[in-house]
Design a binder for this molecule. Structure first.
Ligand SMILES: [Zn+2]
Length: 427
């Protein structure tokens, strides 16, 4: 018998990690003026020592999907989920270790989302995430593989660009293989068996050799947008007014001090507009993003349709966009709108806004299948509506806030072309 061990070193290109929803923490926070908010924090999955952990099932699932079209590796990670016959996976995921010294960070998901007319602003959603640059070593074992199979696996691992954990459609958890090593042990020979038995832990696994990471695939769509009118994308939190003045200042979402447009905001606005366009053209678009078969559900992902249904992953990923050359100002208004999360009579409210700046909207294609031209046409049409000021980003769009425009508006599909792509009644 011959056993082969692989060591795969992965590096996170974007913050991410596999979370443990069953360990959700809920805290109640009270602001200085007595407003009560609930904060839900979804922690990372951890091993028994408390270190952030990448579960073997996550790794195997991602590798199975990646290798499914390679003949020498078909079924090497076991049958696809839902297959009729269950067989053991020839390749075993022995485990993984997280090589990191940077503590995980907490990221708030913006409280203002596509349903912002509904009162969601009193709940803050936080995710504990590993920072970009975090590395993992993953260990695989394959017994009695042929040379052809080992060569195919080595090549496939070098091209593996997984998105691990939740939030893939928001650009989270994008990873690249940066080093790879493998060694075969002939267990029928005394030398091979002696070396095999000397393996006591990860330090004895094959040392990975650096490789040049694959450049990420070209985005499906990339456009630069310029801020035309004050943009406020709130964190849902406030801070006391500067210099002890009245009221509070609503914070904006930043990363390392740079204002950002969160991927969740961009995705929410585009989804809501794509749903609208579908309805106008007579194509199905469900109300609650959970039917699982209308075009917006397939494109942007969906929740579970019912107790027995499974949520579906999006076909696209939209990451956070950093705002360049941002000019930050404060605007005051009387706080009697939903922006504040409730009526607060006569209270002067101040919020941070970005008045000028630009950012890149990058939409990546996910999955093994070719992008669907209808998806691209719908996204382009939604972006045109954003450019035309029919929709805006962030808070107070009805007051003209959050207007943005494309720096290089391009040709776009006419509505008549779209309606040909989307015959009534088809998803
Ligand atoms: Zn749907």
């Amino acid at each position: 018998m011959r056993s082969t061990l692989f060591t795969v070193r992965l590096r996170l290109a974007t913050a991410g990690g596999v979370s443990a929803p069953e360990d959700l923490r809920t805290e109640t926070l009270t602001s200085p003026d007595g407003e009560v908010r609930v904060r839900n924090t979804r922690p990372l999955r951890r091993d028994p020592t408390g270190a952030p952990h990448l579960p073997g099932t996550t790794i195997a699932g991602s590798l199975r999907a990646h290798c499914t079209t390679i003949p020498a590796l078909r079924d090497a990670f076991g049958p696809a989920p839902g297959a009729e016959t269950r067989t053991a996976s020839p390749i075993q995921v022995l485990g993984s270790i997280t090589r990191t010294t940077t503590p995980p960070q907490h990221r708030g998901r913006t409280a203002i989302d596509r349903h912002r007319a509904a009162a969601r602003t009193h709940t803050l959603h936080w995710n504990e995430t590993l920072v970009a640059g975090t590395e993992f070593d993953i260990f695989l074992r394959w017994d009695d593989a042929t040379e052809e199979q080992l060569t195919a696996l080595d090549a496939a691992l070098g091209h593996w660009n997984p998105r691990l954990g939740a939030g893939a459609s928001l650009g989270a958890g994008r990873a690249q293989v940066i080093a790879l090593g493998h060694r075969s042990y002939d267990l029928r020979s005394e030398a091979g068996l002696t070396d095999w038995l000397a393996i006591t832990g990860p330090a004895d696994y094959p040392a990975p050799h650096p490789l040049t990471p694959e450049p990420p695939p070209a985005p499906l769509l990339q456009r630069t947008l310029r801020i035309v009118e004050a943009l406020h994308i709130g964190t849902g939190t406030t801070r006391p007014a500067d210099g002890g003045g009245d009221g509070e200042i609503a914070d904006i979402v930043t990363r390392n001090g740079t204002p950002i447009v969160p991927g969740s905001t961009l995705k929410g606005v585009l989804r809501s507009r794509v749903e609208y366009i579908c309805r106008v053209l007579g194509a199905p678009a469900c109300e609650h993003a959970d039917c699982g078969h209308c075009r917006p559900c397939l494109l942007f992902g969906h929740g579970a349709p019912d107790e027995n249904g499974t949520p579906g992953r999006a076909r696209i990923a939209i990451g956070d966009a950093e705002i360049r050359h941002a000019r930050r100002e404060q605007r005051r208004h009387v706080a009697i709108d939903r922006f504040t999360g409730g009526a607060r009579n006569q209270l002067l409210y101040t919020h941070d806004v970005i008045t000028t700046g630009e950012f890149d909207l990058v939409i990546d294609h996910l999955g093994e299948h070719e992008p669907d031209p209808t998806d691209l046409a719908l996204l382009t049409a939604a972006l045109d509506d954003l450019h035309d000021g029919l929709i805006g980003l962030g808070a107070r769009t009805t007051a003209g806030y959050g207007t943005v425009e494309l720096t290089h508006p391009g040709p776009s599909p006419a509505r008549t072309d779209l309606s040909a792509l989307l015959p009534p009644g088809t998803p």
